[in-house]
Write a protein that binds this ligand. Structure first.
Ligand SMILES: Nc1ncnc2c1ncn2[C@@H]1O[C@H](COP(=O)(O)OP(=O)(O)O)[C@@H](O)[C@H]1O
Ligand SMILES: [Mg+2]
Length: 290
């Protein structure tokens, strides 16, 4: 496996954040089949324009186990924590006012298939993107370069092995998810852009004080954390101390108990030096997984 140090982490420019936070937001359409209101918008500021998603708080479906704050705040908190780890795995995300009130605004990530001229092109492009990261295979063991997630019943009486790539970017994402306690890391929440940069999206169900980790990325469970991840977690631990700007910011986005739970999860990862293992007998996997 290539050394994690060599994975480029996309650096977020301040310009992206200014554009998202201050730009004029125009709604272009609504993403269908989303569980909350997810609006595709353009944002324009001082001659720059970008596409983004805007999820107004008003469009959030209430969740009984997330009674405090808003899902939008949790999405921003996930972005802030990821930036503190230095991994650039979450597209730039801000909290702001918009045409339907306060919400989260996140840079839109074009997949390789978005530039495709026809359906065949789109399929080829998809195979190069997320298609290279997740697969269902007719086997008992993962092939070289893949990690097993578990068996899934693909049709009545037939099971297949769900696998993810042994990819250093996914490995970082597995650590981020353990820190933010992500309850919904499924295939559709992984995006790969044309430059082959990996992003995770949809971080509304995160930061609960209870263990809610539900993910596909169990392939490294119980294995030692990479040195690079340990260093990043040590840096994060410092930045989570009372009074540090990150801690202050998170204090505005999640509850005090939830912030304390983040500190505890970081401490537990550093103490064990290993990737999270499932808390139950079976790994908690989102359904449907892809
Ligand atoms: N930043 C983004 N870039 C590109 N596509 C996105 C982005 N955010 C969301 N999407 C698209 O919109 C869909 C719904 O968004 P998601 O965040 O999963 O909303 P929900 O909370 O309703 O599940 C995603 O599955 C994805 O296809
Ligand atoms: Mg979703």
């Amino acid at each position: 496996m290539s050394a994690p140090e060599r994975i480029p982490a996309r650096r977020v420019s301040d310009q992206d954040l200014v554009l998202l936070a201050r730009g004029e937001l125009r709604v272009q359409g609504q993403i269908r089949d989303a569980s909350n209101a997810v609006l595709l918008c353009t944002v324009t500021h001082e001659g720059r324009e970008a596409r983004c998603v805007y999820k107004p708080v008003r469009g959030e479906r209430p969740l009984w186990d997330f009674p405090d704050g808003t899902l939008a705040q949790r999405e921003v908190a996930a972005y802030e924590v990821c930036e503190a780890l230095g991994w650039g795995l979450v597209p730039p995300t801000v909290l702001r006012d918009g045409p339907y009130g306060e919400g989260m605004c996140q840079l839109w990530i074009d997949g390789p298939a978005d530039d495709a001229e026809d359906a065949e092109d789109a399929e080829d492009a998809e195979a190069l993107g997320v298609g290279r990261l997740l697969a269902l295979v007719d086997a008992q063991e993962p092939a070289e370069g893949w990690k097993a997630i578990g068996f899934a019943e693909v049709e009545e009486g037939r099971t297949a092995l769900l696998v993810h790539a042994d990819d250093p970017r996914l490995r970082r994402l597995a650590v981020l998810d353990a820190v933010i306690n992500n309850g919904d890391r499924k295939g559709g929440h992984l995006l790969v852009d044309a430059g082959d940069h990996l992003y995770g999206i949809d971080h509304g169900v995160t930061f609960n004080v209870e263990d809610k980790l539900r993910t596909l990325l169990w392939g490294w469970a119980g294995e030692p954390l990479t040195e690079e991840a340990t260093g990043a977690l040590e840096g994060l631990r410092e930045r989570l101390r009372d009074g540090e700007p990150l801690a202050v910011r998170l204090g505005e986005l999640i509850t005090g108990a939830e912030l304390e739970a983040v500190r505890e999860r970081v401490a537990a990862l550093l103490k064990s030096g290993r990737h999270r293992e499932p808390s139950g007998e079976w790994p908690a996997i989102p359904w449907p997984p892809i």
